[in-house]
Design a protein around this ligand. Structure first.
Ligand code: NAD
Length: 332
């Protein structure tokens, strides 16, 4: 029963983490959200702070943590009940973070992942790592869909290495802790996800295009004309993460929307939904933007019975509503 569990969500004040905390709180788990607000915000979890089964701990996961000494967690009786599940999502992720926060990114992926794995060992908790399609790198010429058995093509140095290599190391650490300590681990390779609570100004594709459309500015697409990718709506990912946590054994699975879509098509839908007159323009891709491969989700379908359900137009519509409301609130 999920309602009897103590569950940790690191990075819980971020985009994905806040939606996950919301769902776990609804399912009556005791949720411990650990975040240092390096890229998340208090606003993302404000609505949860009054819930009796939600606790926020302001902490950098790169440092070890003694949960049983924290007064704010007293009512969760961790000493007696332990921790049953850890969702480890903490990591700066936006493109601009790679240049501004390279060391924080790689250290969170390495030391932070180790500290959270140590907690999993201590409490014999299940451990889910939010990994990324970035571990595959850019698709080589003959590859369009990434399968889990592909080892990737990644540069250890360069503009994105703190993130790409950081995630690869985090996966390897999780895998080896699983073997050595007999831990129950789930490695989820997340592909591009969008939805409400993404940051406005962090150079991620969908919020960038929506913000520009609302402001009447050019809708900039990075890359060659006709560039394609795929977009998964947040509720589909949350459903997948919950399914993965209860799955049998140690698993490694892709989660993403398998449908290839031209970025220009997404921009056209955004133009239509925002009733914007903005022009769509193409610009040369900066180094930090990865050319995306698509997810092969056969494995997730087979072992989790999971596949995304939300179509792009509905997802974009909800995201635009949120961004409009935020702009109203923030007066921007
Ligand atoms: P986000 O930036 O919105 O959330 C990350 C959260 O982690 C933030 O709240 C941030 O403050 C927190 N954090 C970062 N370093 C920390 C540290 N050292 N200690 C404590 N908290 C820390 O990003 P997101 O989109 O919600 O991504 C969540 C996870 O999913 C990340 O691990 C990311 O790599 C992975 N992922 C996301 C996507 C996507 O499309 N959004 C794709 C692939 C993988």
């Amino acid at each position: 029963m999920i309602g009897e569990k103590n569950i940790i969500v690191t990075g819980g004040a971020g985009f994905i983490g806040s939606h996950l905390c919301d769902e776990l709180v609804k399912q009556k788990a005791n949720v411990i959200c650990i975040d240092n607000f390096i890229s998340g915000t208090r606003g993302n979890i404000e609505f949860l702070l009054q819930q009796p089964n939600f606790r926020f701990v302001n902490h950098d996961v790169s440092e070890p943590i003694d949960l049983e000494s924290l007064p704010e967690l007293k009512n969760f009786h961790i000493g007696a009940k332990g921790i049953q599940e850890i969702y480890h999502l903490a990591c700066p992720i936006a493109y601009k973070d790679y240049s501004e926060l390279p060391l924080e990114t790689i250290i969170t992926n390495s030391h932070g992942t180790r500290n959270m794995l140590e907690l999993a060992v201590k409490y014999k908790a299940k451990f889910l790592l939010a990994s990324s399609s970035a571990i595959y790198g850019e698709p080589l010429k003959n590859i369009k869909y990434f399968k889990e058995d592909y080892w990737g093509y990644v540069n250890t140095i360069g503009a994105r290495s703190s993130y790409n290599e950081g995630k690869r190391f985090a996966e390897s650490l999780t895998y080896n802790y699983g073997l050595y300590h007999n831990l129950n681990t789930k490695i989820i390779r997340i592909f591009q996800t969008y939805g409400p609570r993404m940051r406005f100004n962090d150079a991620r594709m969908i919020p960038d295009i929506i913000r520009s459309a609302l402001a009447g500015e050019e809708l900039v697409i990075y890359g060659e004309e006709g560039v394609t990718t795929s977009f998964m709506y947040i509720s589909d990912l949350i459903d997948g993460l919950l399914k993965a946590m209860v799955a049998e054994g140690n698993i490694v699975v892709n989660m993403g929307h398998p449908k290839e879509i031209m970025v220009e098509e997404a921009a056209r839908i955004i133009k239509e939904l925002t009733e914007s007159n903005s022009q769509i323009v193409y610009r040369e891709s900066p180094q930090y933007i990865l050319k995306h491969g698509l997810p092969d989700i056969t494995k997730a379908k087979e072992i989790l019975g999971w596949f995304p359900l939300v179509d792009l137009k509905s997802g974009l519509s909800k995201t635009i509503e949120y961004m409009k409301a935020q702009q109203g609130l923030l007066g921007i």
